[in-house]
Design a binder for this molecule. Structure first.
Ligand SMILES: [Zn+2]
Length: 129
């Protein structure tokens, strides 16, 4: 059962890495490191979702395990583990997406400018009765 032993070793390494994330950054409650969800895993880097059992705030942590040691970086999130997993499975934003968004913003600004020209502020016109 080498596969199972490798999985157990891998799981234990991840638990060691998570010990670096010892407490909730919001309420300072000590985490129960058994309560986490691994959202993604790539070449020794694990994206982990942790919910604080005391204040219910969540963090996303990137835990990396390599031959040089372990490190972890965390950030607060309001995403559930399921939502975070869905978001990370989406395609990356492309250059074309950014250009399309820029064009959309430009069109909105043009529309607002045109709207102000067509419908000037009401203070400039007397109210009709
Ligand atoms: Zn907390």
């Amino acid at each position: 059962m080498q596969f199972r032993d490798e999985n157990k070793k891998h799981h234990n390494q991840l638990l060691e890495g998570l010990k670096l994330m010892r407490e909730c950054p919001m309420c300072k409650n000590e985490y129960k490191i058994e309560r986490f969800s691994v959202l993604d895993e790539y070449h020794g880097a694990h994206l982990v979702h942790i919910v604080c059992p005391k204040c219910a705030n969540s963090i996303l942590a990137l835990v990396t395990i390599s031959q040089f040691g372990m490190s972890s970086v965390g950030m607060a999130t309001d995403l559930s583990a399921e939502d975070a997993k869905k978001i990370f499975q989406l395609d990356a934003i492309t250059d074309d997406d950014v250009l399309d968004f820029h064009t959309m913003l430009k069109n909105i600004q043009t529309h607002i400018f045109v709207s102000k020209k067509v419908f000037p502020p009401s203070s400039e016109h007397p109210v009709r009765s």
